[in-house]
Design a protein around this ligand. Structure first.
Ligand SMILES: NC(=O)c1ccc[n+]([C@@H]2O[C@H](COP(=O)([O-])OP(=O)(O)OC[C@H]3O[C@@H](n4cnc5c(N)ncnc54)[C@H](OP(=O)(O)O)[C@@H]3O)[C@@H](O)[C@H]2O)c1
Length: 256
């Protein structure tokens, strides 16, 4: 039977690129985001290019009970999810004191809450079938606090910690778990975060997907995309806090 991947945040950027790649790799898809028009256009493109079954579930994952409803709708459609890509998320480049409180709360809920709920709801079935993959999108921001992006970096530290612990919990039970940590990647992310980052050195979504595939094949709990990003992430652990915070702020400052 054909495997099905559920991709959150599939209307643009990393999720859209993964959706295309997974379909080309032979998986059916459930694609989720708010922008119904973008999802429908992507579904049409993928169906005509690959012949795969693509189910569009356009919705705001930030509203109450969104995860429960999504899981119910997937089950009602008779779909079994074999690969869960928890990718939907956004950043907020703004000091805590002056951030819009609703937007801050929505970001934490989407980046952490929804990811946790979907993982927990799809995991038991995967364990029962001894077959499945959970791919959670973290960030290089997972590795150090970032002044002016405090809640975003903290949310991604949560994703990394949660996913690595889960990797160990399910080891040897037929379910693969990976925290994928992109550095700056060429997507609309920076626009949404309120950043101006034309940024040389951005990685492509193709490079990121290749990194994820390698890490899954190696059974790793987490992976950072790109050697310079991986070196920076490792270094951050050994630098004393004050200079690390100063450096992190300077690194993102030109983007504000
Ligand atoms: N690009 C980077 O440099 C970078 C680096 C590190 C980590 N990441 C992480 O990678 C993931 C994907 O980001 P991206 O770079 O691909 O950015 P993006 O192009 O802005 O994609 C974000 C996706 O999330 C969806 N989304 C946002 N809010 C949603 C909501 N309330 N309900 C449902 N879907 C929602 C968006 O679709 P709609 O607007 O249609 O809802 C979109 O499909 C995020 O978790 C981000 O934190 C990105």
């Amino acid at each position: 039977m054909t495997d099905t991947a559920l991709v959150t945040g599939a209307s643009t950027g990393i999720g859209k690129a993964f959706a295309r790649q997974l379909a080309h790799d032979g998986l059916d898809l459930v694609i989720v985001a708010r922008s119904a028009d973008k999802l429908e256009a992507l579904a049409d493109e993928i169906r005509s290019e690959t012949g795969r079954r693509v189910t569009v579930l356009a919705r705001d994952l930030g509203v109450q009970d969104a995860s429960a409803h999504l899981v119910d709708d997937v089950a009602s459609a008779g779909i079994t999810v074999d690969l869960l890509l928890n990718n939907a998320g956004f950043g907020l480049h703004s000091p805590v004191a002056t951030s819009d409180p609703d937007r801050l709360a929505a970001m934490v809920q989407l980046n952490c809450g929804v990811l946790t709920e979907l993982t927990q709801r799809f995991l038991p079935g995967m364990l029962k079938r001894r077959h499945g993959t959970i791919l959670n999108v973290a960030s290089t921001a997972s590795f150090q606090p970032i002044p002016t992006m405090a809640a975003y970096a903290a949310s991604k530290a949560y994703v990394l910690s949660f996913t690595e612990a889960l990797w160990h919990e399910v080891a040897g039970q037929g379910v693969r778990v990976l925290a994928l940590c992109p550095g700056p990647t060429d997507t609309p992310f920076f626009e949404v975060a309120g950043e101006d980052f034309s940024g040389a050195g951005k990685r492509t979504t193709d490079q990121l997907i290749a990194t994820a595939k390698r890490a899954l094949a190696q059974g790793r709990p987490s992976v950072v995309d790109g050697l310079p990003n991986a070196l920076l992430a490792r270094t951050a652990r050994f630098v004393p806090k004050r200079p690390a915070l100063w450096g992190a702020k300077r690194y993102v400052a030109p983007r504000s």
